[in-house]
Design a binder for this molecule. Sequence first.
Ligand code: NAD
Length: 331
Amino acid sequence: MKILFYDTKSYDKDSFTRELANEPDIEVKFLKADLTKNTAELSHGYDAVCAFVNSDIGKETVEILHQCGVRLILMRCAGFNNVDLPMVEKCGIRILRVPGYSPEAVAEHAMGLALTVNRRLHKSYIKVRENDFSLGSLMGFNFYEKTAGIVGTGKIGAAMVRICHGFGMKVLAYDVYENPSLAGIAEYVSLEELLSKSDLISLHCPLTDHTYHLVNRDTIRKMKDGVILVNTSRGALVKTEDLIEGIRAHKFFGVGLDVYEEETPNVFEDRSDEILEHSVTARLLSFPNVMITSHQGFFTREALSAIARTTLDNVRAFEQNKETANEVKAG
Ligand code: NAD
């Protein structure tokens, strides 16, 4: 089995190389370039490609992969909203993903963002480095006995519920399905009730037609004044223009974003030497109560090893033509 690995970073190479030591018949070539319609042709002669969250696996890319003889797309991530699934199916390509590698990695990062914007840790870090030991503008509020609202209670959302419960918060949850493992620690309510009662709202549902711009002018209006909003899920769950309007109207005590609509050209790139014209990110960063990280929720040692292991298990399932719950299907 020959796999072309796109968008390789040093940590990907390290974690996969460690796992590949036990898989002598799997040959991997690591490429720095990401998978797009312009780089798909490089897959000629490979059985599979391995891609990530921001790869552009639209119709044209899939068509080229198919022409190059690729039979398997390995997503080394949970999300697949960047893939044209009907086209993948039409071309007879199988697509396997890593649905859950370390839910706690993302949930702990979500709580990290919530604590950072609440206690203004991003400001105090800079102040103290400048020998400014004053406390002005750093006052936060206790999470203890406040209400957390968790939207989406799958693997990551459930981990976030448990963390918030551990902080002594009352936890409200909203999902299209109730997660029985959360009985006794979270109360399922309507989205409206969650929005109106929560002091901390954390998004953990996938990006679908139903959840696109779930946070918008209308839903922001329903939130409590002084709420903290955290998004570690997908950028387009939040309509950025409306978020900025809400921040300007002093609706939010803090906003923590690991993902945001404009992230694709930024994610995992060093753009520190560029002048970013018309940047929404720059506008968001201009607010003192906003903290942005660059899609790093998943980025722990444990998660990277689990991603590499599951991806190679997916290769085995493909080779043995086995059914797997990791398969992504259209519709
Ligand atoms: P999951 O499939 O286990 O859980 C998603 C939950 O969302 C499910 O319980 C589902 O019923 C619920 N849901 C679906 N539609 C909904 C709707 N309209 N309203 C409310 N809830 C709805 O997924 P997960 O592993 O918990 O991951 C959640 C999301 O986190 C992923 O979709 C992905 O976008 C994101 N993620 C981010 C990172 C990161 O590094 N920041 C890493 C992994 C995953």
